[in-house]
Ligand binder design. Structure first.
Ligand SMILES: C[S@@+](CC[C@H](N)C(=O)[O-])C[C@H]1O[C@@H](n2cnc3c(N)ncnc32)[C@H](O)[C@@H]1O
Length: 243
């Protein structure tokens, strides 16, 4: 089950992010300390140069980044990359860009891509909201995935949830016509929030036949963490909105 990121007064109140960038506005994440394994350190040293998107402010040229022109999926907050790897392995004809701020998770993703010899995955280490605002060209994505975002379940923390009206408008701008925004959560209250916020976006229409949730898409791999949630009796809510 998705649990709250650990929040310390230092991290939340800090003027700069752990890598020294100025902190702007309310963030949907707290960078977890999490130690890097030796293998993940190696991934950062050896695999990041080919799989990682270098820092910068300029809009991304996807064809140059992947060395071809193919349908594109962006996953925000991929964790350890379990879904991204499964999707990229199942769909070699598509390209996958993942954004995450947890460096050990990015290391894990790169190791799995190396083991499976995947060439259609790239990763970016930065706040996804900034990446969307500055680096993703408008109408450039065929699919945007937001699976099990941090729920920030305490009411006073709801403002930290990544799904907010301005975020959904930004997502809609980045989707190509016909592109799909998929979300999943195991917190009913966050599912209801996602549904209410996304339904207000005039550029998107709900794919649900019942006007609320959709069945789990066959394309969404069930992760280890979701299986554990099911064993504990938690539900999962899937949403899909098309531009
Ligand atoms: C609860 S975890 C879920 C991970 C994964 N999607 C899964 O289903 O297992 C949420 C992840 O989103 C990442 N995250 C939260 N806000 C983010 C943001 N603004 N930019 C990039 N990553 C973010 C966190 O670091 C965390 O790894």
């Amino acid at each position: 089950m998705t649990t709250e990121p650990e929040e310390t007064a230092d991290e939340v109140g800090a003027e700069t992010t752990p890598d020294g960038r100025p902190r702007r506005g309310i963030r949907s994440f707290v960078v977890r300390a999490g130690r890097m394994t030796v293998a993940q350190e190696r991934a950062w040293a050896e695999l990041w140069p080919s799989m990682g998107v270098p820092e910068g402010e300029e809009p991304l040229d996807f064809d140059a980044l992947f060395g071809r022109s193919a349908p594109r999926t962006l996953e925000i907050g991929f964790g350890n990359g379990e879904s991204l790897v499964a999707l990229a392995a199942a769909h070699p004809e598509r390209d996958y860009l993942g954004i995450e701020v947890h460096r050990p998770g990015i290391g894990h993703l790169m190791l799995r891509c190396e083991a499976e010899r995947l060439t259609n995955v790239r990763a970016l280490c930065r706040d996804a909201v900034e990446v969307l605002q500055r680096r993703i060209p408008d109408a450039s994505l065929d699919e945007l995935l937001l699976y099990f975002p941090d729920p920030w379940h305490k009411k006073r923390h709801h403002k930290r949830r990544i799904v907010q009206p301005a975020f959904v408008e930004l997502v809609a701008r980045k989707l190509a016509p016909g592109g799909v925004f998929r979300m999943a959560t195991d917190w009913q209250n966050y599912a209801e929030h996602m549904l209410a916020v996304a339904s207000q976006c005039a550029a998107l229409s709900n794919e649900s036949a019942t006007g609320d949730y959709v069945p789990r898409p066959a394309s969404r791999p069930v992760t280890k963490f979701e299986r554990r949630g099911h064993r504990l009796g938690h539900g999962t809510w899937d949403l899909a909105f098309r531009k």
